[in-house]
Design a protein around this ligand. Structure first.
Ligand code: SAH
Length: 455
């Protein structure tokens, strides 16, 4: 049977798609229903229909699933940032394990997966150490800050995101009241006029340090002294910055940073190491779970102190320095120059000297170093962005024949593709451990170990 647009259908949700959407069947017709969870019986309105499948909008939950929970945030559905808030945390973890398994089996063609249980969070709320809030006016003309309503650019007021740090509220209240008091305009994307675009907040999870960075369409902020005085009353306030972004773009941050008060970075700790973080640098958003992730990577690297290690896509050198404590020498490669500056400073800050950092694309630096200088590796660690590793890089890794490759990934689909490539060329997948860095969302991080087959 076929369904048509706008038709209402009642169905039981039997499965969950990779983006967290509920999946059910009605008369052999597969229907994807966002916001429905496995076990729900729902009515949905068909929004889009194809021959054998369609997309429905959740209209009513007739019988709630035993795994359904009340979302902690009133805006969970509108925002779209948390796709899994209506699912119990335990089942979120099960979903993520299954997602990783599914990708490795179906895309990677692996069987008998050496999976370890997913490392879940103890407290799956208020874990994000970085948040970026857009600023604008609502229909009534009031200055608002919060989040963009799913895939649009209209701002819904919410200063209490349940993934963010509690301190965010205080920062937002003070910035917005400063704008109201001195008549400072929020930026308007339609006209390109107005000043304040975004409020970026970073928090040092283990140090309690707070950075506020206002993204502005200008060079300064009116009544700067009053703003600084007000923000400094917040406990932990360490660094107040401006980021200049005068472009008509929806890229949030511009290239220039201007210091208003305090150093241009905050410091956080992971394990026994300290890291300075600038407004523009990449830093893992969940400090608590990052430590677990890195400990797993270190365990897989199995270092004795004699090894030469490459850490590709190294960001501010977090993994590199973690490994350097147990290795003979570590070389890190990263494309963003500012992150490499942070990495070098962080090495000094921690008194670590057996590291060297390169700015450039991993897929260019490693082949070049290998061909020209014949560099060697006992262990290679990679932690690429979602698109995974470039083939050129994988080819060089195979030529270098490291004993172990530790692949840290934030996208299990590209992970599966890259692992297949390596396992067809002399490596065996021996350990996999998913780590939940992003509770309430569909995202999942993974650490995997590949060992060189005996030639
Ligand atoms: N390992 C780090 C960063 C991981 S995020 C950590 O745990 O914090 C991935 C990093 O890869 C980002 O810093 C990004 O800037 C960098 N990157 C993206 N493409 C790259 C490329 N082609 N070569 C090298 N680095 C790249």
């Amino acid at each position: 049977m076929e369904y048509r647009k706008n038709e209402m259908v009642t169905l039981k949700i039997e499965d969950c798609g990779v983006d967290g959407e509920g999946i059910g069947k009605a008369d052999g017709f597969t229907i994807f229903v966002k916001d429905a969870v496995i076990g729900d019986v729902v009515t949905a309105k068909i929004m889009k229909a194809r021959k054998n499948y369609g997309y429905g909008r959740l209209m009513e939950v007739l019988t709630p699933s035993p795994d359904r929970v009340e979302p902690a945030c009133a805006f969970a559905r509108q925002c779209g940032g948390c796709q899994l808030q209506a699912l119990s945390y335990e089942k979120q973890l099960a979903f993520k394990e299954k997602k990783v398994r599914g990708h490795l089996e179906h895309i990677g063609g692996f069987t008998d997966l050496p999976m370890e249980p997913i490392i879940g969070m103890e407290q799956p709320w208020h874990y994000r150490n970085k948040a970026q809030f857009p600023v604008g006016r609502n229909r009534e003309g009031r200055i608002v800050t919060g989040f963009y309503a799913g895939r649009t650019h209209s701002i819904i007021e919410n200063r209490d995101c349940v993934l963010g740090m509690p301190v965010n509220r205080e920062v937002l209240d003070r910035v917005i009241s400063h704008m109201e008091k001195y008549g400072i305009e929020p930026y308007d994307e339609m006209t390109g006029k107005g000043l304040v675009r975004h409020i970026l907040i970073r928090y040092g999870y283990y140090t309690g340090e707070v950075m506020v960075c206002l993204v502005v369409n200008g060079n300064q902020i009116p009544e700067e002294k009053q703003l600084i005085a007000s923000l400094r009353e917040i406990p932990g306030m360490t660094s107040i910055m401006l980021n200049i972004n005068r472009k008509r773009t929806n890229v949030i941050l511009g290239e220039h940073i201007c210091r208003l008060w305090g150093p241009p970075y905050i410091t956080d700790r992971i394990g026994n190491l300290r890291y300075q973080i600038s407004p523009l640098s990449f830093y893992q958003v969940n400090s608590f779970q990052t430590q677990k992730l890195y400990e797993k990577a270190l365990e897989y690297a199995d270092l004795t102190g004699e090894e030469t290690v490459w850490d590709l896509y190294c960001g501010i050198g977090t993994i590199s320095l973690f490994l350097a404590q147990k290795a003979k020498f570590v070389r890190g490669v990263e494309i963003i120059p500012a992150a490499i500056e942070n990495a070098r400073d962080n090495a000094k800050l921690n008194g670590i000297s057996n590291v060297e950092f390169f700015v450039g694309k991993a897929e260019e630096v490693l082949p070049e170093e290998y061909e020209k200088n014949g560099v060697y590796a006992d262990v290679i660690v990679v932690d690429p962005p979602r698109k995974g590793c470039d083939q050129q890089l994988l080819e060089t890794m195979v030529l270098m024949k490291p004993q172990r490759i530790v692949y840290v990934s934030c996208d299990s689909a590209t992970l599966a593709r890259d692992l297949r490539y390596l396992c067809d060329r002399g490596y065996e997948l021996t350990r996999i451990c998913p780590v939940d860095q992003f509770a309430q969302t569909v995202h999942v991080e993974c650490v995997t170990l590949l060992q060189k087959n005996v030639d």
